[in-house]
Design a protein around this ligand. Structure first.
Ligand code: GDP
Length: 421
């Protein structure tokens, strides 16, 4: 991909079946990012099955399926550009681990489009994803009120849905001035790329215009090197090669680095990126590298590599703000689910429930609550059962958020407020 425009990572969020895939398909299609023959092929397939007009969702299904089969697909399929930006869709919607990936995944979203079906309004996952977007620090939302075609492009229905969504945003302290609402049919194309004649009562931006006018993503920080380790290989002729993605800072040959919590380190001898040797790597780069004196059994997945002079933090206990999204009962002190933070998965005990927060004002609603449940936001103290490298999200947001998983699903998400020791 060309680098002449700023890059934005975009998340498409919203309740299942509200039209996320269809909107992505439409955006790719309208920006010329899916070849016409692919669309044609799916149109024929859809018509044969008596589902004419479903081609955009088919395009997305097909891409997801190809990816699951491990077939290499042209990355351009999930990227599109407007006049000002290149957009990458962060994870394909519909992917089951979307929520977890959104939190711990390779690329965090800069902005999000929330899709809400006009005929259904705010639904459970609308709520869950909005909570999540807020916790993860997405400050602006484009809200596509979708499926306007099946509510006869009714302005009253649109206004009702807008007001429901605004209530939800208020609940999680999202400034509704930072949300832009657009009546859309992803299926028919209304107000996606072109202003629709079906909504004469709406004179705002189309989805593409809104995307085009988003603020620029914040510039890279001057945070120290943080490189969570994904895997560790042994390669003949080189030796031990940890691989991972540089989240912040720079990795240079000759640097003295430290792996935490394994607590080993040495001098960076070689760095490889895309099968080529390089002398430095920066945020977003996937690298394999070799460190003098560090062997395969010294380090593991979940370690974080940083400068020896400013090593990654290892938390004995930490305080975090969490949002409970889908727990079947209640969470009490002593609960020990698995925390997923960057590449690490560590069982952690929620030692104490310190404060329950009022979602509307963010103020403390209750000190030391006995339990918390779905929809609650709370400040908690967490003790990892094994050493875990994690950072305060105010200092290094990339290493400061986590998902909490139990019973095969993401039950809560959070960010680190402070490291206690
Ligand atoms: P997702 O689960 O949010 O990704 O939803 P999909 O994009 O798969 O859409 C779910 C269903 O709604 C599919 O049958 C779509 O064809 C249909 N759909 C999506 N957008 C629209 C729309 O704007 N109008 C109509 N009538 N149907 C839509």
């Amino acid at each position: 991909m060309s680098q002449d425009k700023p890059h934005q990572n975009l998340a498409i969020i919203g309740h299942v079946d509200h039209g996320k895939s269809t909107l992505v398909g439409r955006l790719l299609y309208e920006t010329g990012s899916v070849p016409e023959h692919v669309i044609e092929q799916h149109r024929e397939e859809a018509e044969e099955k008596g589902k004419g007009g479903f081609e955009f969702a088919y395009v997305m299904d097909n891409l997801a399926e190809e990816r699951e089969r491990g077939v290499t697909i042209d990355i351009a399929h999930q990227e599109f550009s407007t006049d000002t930006y290149y957009f990458t869709i962060v994870d394909t919607p519909g992917h089951r681990d979307f929520v977890k990936n959104m939190i711990t995944g390779a690329s965090q979203a800069d902005h999000a489009v929330l899709v809400v079906a006009a005929d259904d309004g705010v639904a459970p996952q609308t709520q869950e994803h909005v909570f999540l977007a807020r916790t993860l620090g997405i400050d602006e939302l484009i809200v596509a009120v979708n499926k306007m075609d099946i509510v006869d492009y009714s302005q009253d229905t649109y206004d009702e849905v807008v007001s429901e969504v605004k209530d939800l945003l208020n609940q999680v302290r999202f400034d509704t001035d930072d949300a832009e609402f657009i009546p859309v049919s992803a299926f028919k194309g209304d107000n996606v790329a072109e202003h629709s004649e079906n909504t004469p009562w709406y004179d705002g931006e189309t989805v593409l215009e809104a995307l085009n006018n988003l603020p620029e993503p914040s510039p890279p920080t001057d945070a120290p090197l943080r490189l969570p380790i994904q895997d560790v290989y042994t390669i003949s002729g080189i030796g031990t090669v940890p691989v991972g993605r540089v989240e912040t800072g720079m990795l240079n040959t000759g640097d003295n680095v430290s792996f935490q919590p394994s607590d080993v380190g040495g001098e960076v001898k070689t760095i490889e990126m895309h099968h080529e040797e390089v002398s430095e790597a920066g945020p977003g780069d996937n690298v394999g590298f070799n460190v003098r004196g560090v062997g395969k059994d010294d380090i593991r997945r979940g370690d974080v590599c940083g400068p020896a002079a400013d090593p990654p933090t290892v938390a004995e206990t930490f305080q975090a703000q969490i949002v409970v999204m889908q727990h079947p009962s209640v969470i009490t002190a002593g609960y020990t689910p698995v925390f997923h933070a960057h590449t690490a998965q560590v069982a952690c005990t929620i030692e104490s429930l310190d404060q329950k927060l009022d979602p509307a004002s963010g103020e403390v609603a209750e000190e030391n609550p006995d339990f918390i449940q779905n929809g609650d936001a709370a400040v908690v103290t967490v003790r990892p059962q094994k050493p875990l490298s994690i950072e305060p999200s105010s200092e290094i947001p990339e290493l400061g958020s986590f998902a909490i998983r139990d019973m095969g699903q993401t039950i809560a998400a959070g960010k680190v407020l402070k490291i206690n020791a």
